[in-house]
Design a protein around this ligand. Structure first.
Ligand code: ADP
Ligand code: ASP
Ligand code: MG
Length: 402
């Protein structure tokens, strides 16, 4: 019995029939030694094209129909890839999320995987037929199609790898591994041989879209080793595992950035118990994720309360904050979407002090003002002006010798 590996191919990797043929050859090669289960994204640009079609009809298309529409992108690539594998003499079959019972929550466009019935996948393995599964989608409890958020095919792949107890999950993409920061923005970025699951979870959560954050949550919970590698050129890629064997961990492993954030400040909030939940409760109830949160010390019984969320939720959040769902009194709402978020991540921070002061000094030397700071054991996040974001990443990359 061959080892089972899940292999996921992203949009650029499947961007044309030529690319699909190249991917089929890679799968054929894998199949000589291992049994591949394939997860596919839509061909590059397809998901955006479908979103734009819907937006041509309505600014706010029905969520159920939007998900039904977006799920077709992955169906096209699954069928095309299955045909191509067959033309190479391999047994292969495409499967949609419904066909493999990929059950998710009902919140369209941000659904979370609940469980997968692996019987269909197992039956395909038993027949030595390579399953080619649509990423990014699931079905809810009434059988409607849901999607898992942009980049969600990564999550499909890792979730399938976890449930089938695959040897590992290979993520084939357009870069040849995980770099110290986005190599398309910082050409000096260096490729990492390995990175811990915990660090990649933080980098993804803070904007490194090379892995969707939910995929990293699954990898972390179910201990799935991941290899990120290029579908364009051969190479070892980067291994993401719980433990990495290097003798000396660097203090900082990588830097992530996000330019799609909005900052809300409630100015002059009456400082009484229950404030934070009074403001963020209705936001959370609407399914909006809040990231950095800062509340100032109150002066004369009044304080400022600031938090960041993704731009795509900004309109919805503003409506809530200005509605009578918010029982907390405040003087003024200030909305700023000209912000950037830069995060420095590394498990080495646990045993090393002074990382924050190097980061602050570096930004000060570059005349970059820090608007908000949030830290965890292995991460420092700095909210700054959007126009300063690229300079901040480049100078921090240099300051930490990455
Ligand atoms: P796919 O379509 O294969 O899922 P994505 O576009 O979602 O590919 O992810 C790959 C991209 O992630 C890269 O092209 C790169 O610009 C970006 N990226 C961001 N941070 C990093 C990082 N630290 N290392 C590598 N790539 C990164
Ligand atoms: N096709 C989806 C997207 O563009 C999912 C994915 O590529 O992972 O976001
Ligand atoms: Mg992706």
């Amino acid at each position: 019995m061959k080892n089972i590996v899940v292999q996921k191919f992203g949009g650029t990797s499947l961007g044309s029939i030529e690319r699909i043929k190249a991917v089929a050859k890679t799968i054929k090669k894998t199949s000589l030694n291992e049994f591949p289960i394939i997860v596919v994204s839509a061909m590059s640009g397809e998901t955006d094209k479908l979103i734009n079609l819907a937006k041509d009809i309505s600014d706010d298309p029905a969520e159920r129909e939007l998900d039904a529409l977006l799920s077709t992108g992955e169906k096209v690539s699954a069928a095309l890839l299955a045909m191509t594998l067959q033309s190479l003499g391999l047994k292969a079959k495409s499967f949609s999320a419904a066909q493999i019972s990929m059950r998710t929550t009902s919140n369209h466009s941000k659904a979370k995987i609940i469980d997968i019935n692996i019987d269909t996948i197992q039956a395909s393995i038993d027949e030595a037929c390579i399953p080619v599964i649509t990423g990014f989608q699931g079905i809810n409890d009434v059988g409607d199609v849901t999607t898992l958020g942009r980049g969600g095919s990564d999550t499909t792949a890792v979730a399938i790898a976890a449930s089938i107890k695959a040897e590992r999950c290979d993520i084939y993409t357009d870069v040849d591994g995980i770099y110290t920061t986005d190599p398309n923005l910082v050409p000096e970025a260096k490729k990492l041989r390995s990175i811990t699951t915990e660090e990649m979870l933080e980098l993804s959560g803070q904007g490194a879209k090379v892995m969707q954050v939910r995929a990293m949550e699954f990898a972390n919970r179910y201990d799935v080793p991941i290899r990120v590698l290029s579908s364009f050129k051969e190479g070892e890629g980067t291994l993401i595992t719980k433990e990495i064997s290097s003798m000396e961990q660097p203090i900082i492993t990588g830097i992530a950035m996000q330019d799609n954030q909005t900052k809300f400040t409630l100015h002059g909030v009456e400082d009484t118990p229950g404030n934070a939940s009074g403001i963020l409760g209705p936001i959370g109830d609407a399914g909006i994720d809040v990231d950095v949160i800062v509340q100032n010390v109150s002066v004369s019984g009044k304080t400022d309360f600031t938090f960041t969320i993704e731009n795509s939720d900004a309109k919805k959040a503003q409506k809530i904050l200005e509605s009578d769902l918010i029982k907390v009194n405040y003087d003024k709402l200030i909305v700023n979407n000209e912000i950037g978020k830069v995060s420095i991540v590394g498990v080495g921070m646990r045993s090393q002090s002074g990382v924050a002061s190097i980061a602050f000094k570096t930004l000060a030397e570059n005349n970059i003002n820090i608007q908000m700071i949030s830290t965890s054991e292995i991460k420092i996040t700095l909210v700054i002006s959007l126009k300063d974001m690229n300079l901040a990443v480049k100078s921090l990359h240099k300051a930490f010798n990455l």
